[in-house]
Unconditional design. Structure first.
Lengths: 413, 403
C-alpha cells in the first residue's frame, strides 16, 4: 500500500514540476537558514570542546563601576579576581586568564600576528584541550613565572612548517618562551579559551596583574562541582562585591557570575552598562526571530498546498466514488507531503553543508569550524512536515469528507 | 473600476486572505532590509571627521589605572613623554600623539548630566594630547586647537563636535569661548571651556551612528592618570616592515611595558568585514525569501487562472479583449497587494509611534517605506505577468469545453 502511495506521490510531484520546485525551494531554504544560524550559535555557545564542562562553568566577565557623574565598565582585573573569585568556597576550580591580545612575532623581517593569552594552571583543567604534542604548563610554572608557552596547530604550521615545536623557543611580545605543547585550533567564537599562544599569567611584562585595581582585562571562570551549585556561587560572588573598596568618585560596583548564555544575553540588557544578564529576553528574542523567519515560508507553503489540492478535487471525487474511505485518502496525502518535505530536507542538508564549508573556507572567523547540528536539523524537518501536513492534509481531509458528487463538481473550498 | 476589483477580490476572500497575509509579511521583510540598507548607506557616506590612511596606533599596557599611586602616574607620564619624543625622531614618523579611544573602537568613556535648565546632555569623552588632531587629521572648523598655553589655565579646555555644540548652546550658536553648563555637577567638577569645534570624530567607524564628542586636552601632567594609546602619522608609502623596527625600538625604550602596533587601515578592514558580514547575510536571506514568495505567488495565480477558465472564457465570448483580461488579472493582484500594503502600513507605522528604533530618523523611515511599497508592487506585477498572459490566451471555445 505504502509503495503504491509513494509511486502515486512521485507521479504527482513530477506532473506539476513548477509547484514541486516551489515547495522544495521553500522547505530547503528555510532549513538551510535555520541550520546555518544554529551552527554559528552552537560554535559560540554550544558545549563543544574544549568547553566540555560548559554546563558547570560560570564566568566573571565585565564589571560596572558607578559614581554620581561617572561610570566605567570593563573586564575585571587579575588582582580583583584573585582575591574575590579564586577564594569562592565549594567550587571545583577557578581559572583566571587575560583576553587574547594581538601580538606580533617577526621572522626574517616577516610579521606574524598572533593572539596571546596569559592563563594559569587551572585553565587546562577547566578546558579540555586536545594536545597534539607535549602538554600544558603547570600551576607551579605559573607561580615561578617560568617562560613557557603552549601554541596552536596553525601557529606551529606558520612558524615551524608543521614540524615538531616542543622545546623550541618562540619570541613574542618582546619575550622568549619555551614551547611546552601544541593544541588543536580553537575557534575565535569561543572567546574564553581562544588564542594562538598561551603563557602563564606571571610572565606578563609588568606586574600589572598584582596591583590592586577593580577593572582590568582578565576573566575568571569558575568550574562548579555541579550545576545545582550555581545559585549559591552567584550569591557568594555578589556578596563579595560589597566588600570591595572602590576608588574615589565611585560608589557602586555591579557584576555577575554568568553562564555563557547569560553572558551573551547581556547585549539585550536594559541598563546602559550591560553588566546584568537577561537570559529570558534573549530566549524570547531568539524564539521571535525564528518565528518571524518561519512565517513567510509557512504561508507560502500553505498557499501553494491549498492551490494544489483544488486541482485534485476530481481525483478525490473519483476515488471516493470507487469506495476509498476518507482515512485512506488522508493517508495518501500524508505520504505525499512527508515525501516532499523529506526531499526538501535532503536538499537542505547538502546545501547547508555546502554553505558551512564555504564559511569555513573563507575563514571569516579565525579557526571556526562550523558543523551541522543534527538535532536542529531534525527539529527543522519536523516543523516543515507539520506545516506541510497542516496545509496539505487539512484541506484534503475536508474535501475527502464531501460526498463524491459534490467533490467532483467542487472547484473551490 | 476599483470597486469592481474589490468586489472580485472580496468574492474569493478565503483564498485571498492568505495571499494578503503573505504580501503583508513580505512587505515587513522588505521594509526591514531596505531601512537597514538606507540607514547604513547614509552613515557610510557621512564624513568621518578623520583620515585613517597612514596612521598606526600603538596600544600599550602599563597597569590598572584607578588605584595607582601618584609616583606611578608620574613615572608613566614621563615614559610617555619620552616615547612621544623618540617616536618623532624616527624617519617615517610625521607626528606622534597620545590619547584614548582611536577610530574603529567600541569601548568608550561617556558623561551624562543635567544642565541647570534641566536638559539631559550625553557625550562621549576623549582625552588626548594636542597633536592628536594633527595625527588623525581632524579638522578644527571653528576656534582653535589645544595650545601649550592652555596648560596654565585653571579651567579645562575642551573641543566639541557640531552636534554636541548644538545640544549645549543651541543650533547655530557660536560655542567658542563658552563655558559648558554642568548643572548640579558644577561644584564638584572642573570648569570646561570650549576652545574649538570639529565637524565630527566618528570613532565607531563608517557604519556607526553619529554621537556627541568632547575632547579634553592632556599635557601628560605628572598627576594625570596615564593615557592608553599612542597614535602616529607616517609618511605616505611607509612599508609595513617598519613595524618590526618600531616594535623593537618601543620595547627597548620601555622594557616593562607591553606594546601592540596596528595600522588603522588593517583595523578598518577587519571592522568593515565584521560589521558588513551579518548585514550581507540578512540581505541574502531576505532576497531568497522574496524570491520564494514570488515563485509561490506565480504558482497560486497560475492555479487561479486555470480554475477560472470558464469565467475568463465567458468574458471573452461577451466581447472582452485580450488586454482587458490582462488588466483584470493584473488589477486583481495589485488590489490584493494594496490590501496587504494597507495592513503592512498599519504595522510599520507603529514603529515610530511607539518610539522603537529611535535611531531611524523620519526621512530614512519614509524613504524605506516608499522603496518597500514600490518593491512590493513590482513583485506583484511581475508575478502576475505570466498568469495573466495565460489567461488572456484562453479562447472562448476552449473555455466552454472546459470541465
Amino acid at each position: 500500500m505504502l509503495k503504491h502511495y509513494l509511486a502515486t506521490a512521485i507521479q504527482v510531484l513530477r506532473r506539476r514540476k513548477f509547484f514541486t520546485f516551489i515547495s522544495l525551494f521553500g522547505v530547503s531554504l528555510t532549513l538551510v537558514v535555520l541550520m546555518v544560524a544554529t551552527a554559528v550559535f552552537d560554535q559560540a555557545l554550544g558545549p563543544q570542546p574544549p568547553e566540555v564542562h560548559s554546563d558547570r562553568t560560570l564566568g566573571v566577565y565585565s564589571l560596572g563601576m558607578r559614581g554620581p557623574s561617572i561610570s566605567s565598565n570593563s573586564d575585571a582585573s587579575y588582582w580583583f579576581l584573585d582575591r574575590y573569585v579564586r577564594t569562592l568556597p565549594d567550587v571545583e576550580a577557578v581559572t583566571i586568564f587575560s583576553q587574547a591580545a594581538r601580538s606580533a612575532t617577526y621572522r626574517d623581517g616577516e610579521k606574524f600576528e598572533l593572539y596571546l593569552k596569559r592563563a594559569d594552571g587551572a585553565f587546562w583543567h577547566v578546558y579540555a584541550f586536545d594536545f597534539l604534542e607535549g602538554g600544558p604548563f603547570l600551576a607551579e610554572e605559573d607561580a615561578n613565572a617560568e617562560r613557557v608557552a603552549v601554541i596552536n596547530e596553525t601557529t606551529r604550521r606558520r612558524l615551524y612548517d608543521g614540524e615538531s615545536a616542543v622545546g623550541r623557543v618562540l619570541e613574542i611580545d618582546g619575550q622568549r618562551f619555551k614551547i611546552k605543547g601544541v593544541v588543536r585550533d580553537i575557534s575565535y567564537l569561543r572567546q574564553d579559551p581562544f588564542s594562538d599562544v598561551w603563557t602563564p599569567n606571571s610572565t606578563a611584562r609588568s606586574d600589572v596583574h598584582l596591583r590592586p585595581a577593580v577593572l582590568g582585562n582578565h576573566t575568571g571562570v569558575i568550574l562548579a562541582h555541579r550545576r545545582s551549585d550555581f545559585p549559591a556561587i552567584k550569591r557568594a560572588f555578589e556578596a563579595s562585591l560589597e566588600e570591595v573598596e572602590l576608588p574615589e568618585r565611585y560608589e557602586e560596583l555591579t557584576g555577575e557570575a554568568n553562564t555563557r548564555f547569560e553572558r551573551f544575553s547581556r547585549v539585550l540588557s536594559s541598563d546602559r552598562d550591560q553588566v546584568k544578564a537577561s537570559p529570558w529576553r534573549l530566549r524570547i528574542a531568539i524564539a521571535l526571530a525564528m518565528l518571524l523567519f518561519m512565517i513567510l515560508p509557512s504561508l507560502n507553503l500553505v498557499n501553494i498546498n491549498i492551490s494544489r489540492i483544488l486541482e485534485r478535487a476530481s481525483e478525490i471525487g473519483v476515488r471516493k466514488a470507487f469506495g476509498a474511505s476518507s482515512w485512506t485518502l488522508v493517508g495518501q496525502f500524508v505520504v505525499e507531503n512527508v515525501l516532499l518535505t523529506l526531499i526538501g530536507g535532503g536538499i537542505a542538508f547538502v546545501l547547508s553543508s555546502g554553505v558551512l564549508s564555504l564559511l569555513n573556507g573563507v575563514q571569516l572567523v579565525p579557526y571556526a569550524v562550523f558543523q551541522l547540528n543534527f538535532r536542529v536539523f531534525f527539529y527543522g524537518l519536523l516543523i516543515a512536515v507539520i506545516f506541510g501536513l497542516v496545509s496539505g492534509v487539512y484541506p484534503a481531509w475536508k474535501m475527502s469528507r464531501l460526498h463524491p458528487v459534490v467533490a467532483l463538481r467542487r472547484r473551490s473550498l | 473600476m476599483i470597486r469592481h476589483m474589490l468586489q472580485i477580490v472580496w468574492n474569493r476572500k478565503a483564498s485571498n486572505a492568505l495571499i494578503i497575509l503573505e504580501i503583508l509579511v513580505s512587505f515587513l521583510v522588505v521594509f526591514a532590509v531596505v531601512a537597514m540598507a538606507i540607514f547604513n548607506w547614509r552613515n557610510y557616506h557621512r564624513p568621518l571627521g578623520y583620515a585613517w590612511e597612514d596612521v598606526w596606533q600603538i596600544n600599550f599596557r602599563i597597569g590598572d589605572r584607578e588605584f595607582d599611586a601618584a609616583e606611578r602616574h608620574a613615572a608613566a607620564n614621563r615614559t610617555l613623554e619620552r616615547l612621544l619624543r623618540e617616536l618623532e625622531t624616527m624617519a617615517p614618523v610625521v607626528r606622534a600623539a597620545a590619547g584614548h579611544y582611536p577610530p574603529y573602537t567600541r569601548s568608550s568613556s561617556s558623561r551624562n548630566w543635567d544642565t541647570s535648565d534641566g536638559r539631559d546632555i550625553f557625550t562621549e569623552i576623549i582625552e588626548a594630547t594636542p597633536e592628536f588632531f594633527e595625527v588623525l587629521d581632524i579638522r578644527i572648523v571653528a576656534g582653535r586647537g589645544f595650545e601649550a598655553a592652555d596648560a596654565a589655565h585653571p579651567w579645562q579646555p575642551v573641543i566639541v563636535n557640531r552636534t554636541l555644540a548644538a545640544d549645549l548652546f543651541g543650533e547655530g550658536e557660536d560655542p567658542i569661548g563658552k563655558t559648558v553648563d554642568l548643572g548640579n555637577m558644577k561644584s564638584t567638577e572642573t570648569e570646561l571651556r570650549v576652545v574649538g569645534m570639529i565637524d565630527d570624530y566618528r570613532k565607531g567607524g563608517e557604519l556607526a551612528v553619529p554621537s556627541n564628542m568632547m575632547f579634553e586636552a592632556v599635557w601628560l601632567e605628572p598627576t594625570r592618570r596615564p593615557l592608553s594609546l599612542l597614535a602616529i602619522r607616517l609618511a605616505p608609502g611607509t612599508p609595513a616592515a617598519f613595524e618590526e623596527e618600531l616594535s623593537k625600538r618601543l620595547n627597548a625604550l620601555a622594557p616593562e611595558w607591553s606594546f601592540s602596533v596596528r595600522s588603522l587601515a588593517a583595523k578598518r578592514d577587519a571592522y568593515l568585514r565584521l560589521r558588513l558580514a551579518p548585514l550581507l547575510a540578512a540581505a541574502v536571506v531576505a532576497a531568497f525569501l522574496i524570491l520564494m514568495v514570488a515563485l509561490g505567488l506565480v504558482g497560486v495565480l497560475w492555479q487561479n487562472v486555470t480554475q477560472r477558465t470558464l469565467e475568463v472564457g465567458l468574458r471573452r465570448a461577451k466581447g472582452a479583449t485580450r488586454p482587458n483580461i490582462h488588466w483584470q488579472i493584473l488589477g486583481e493582484m495589485l488590489m490584493i497587494a494594496s490590501l496587504g500594503l494597507v495592513l503592512g502600513t498599519l504595522v510599520v507605522v507603529q514603529v515610530p509611534l511607539m518610539g522603537w528604533l529611535s535611531f531611524l530618523d523620519l526621512s530614512t523611515f519614509g524613504l524605506a517605506f516608499a522603496v518597500s511599497v514600490v518593491v512590493i508592487y513590482c513583485l506583484a506585477a511581475i508575478c502576475s505577468l505570466y498568469p495573466s498572459w495565460l489567461a488572456a490566451r484562453i479562447q472562448p471555445a476552449e473555455a466552454l469545453h472546459y470541465e
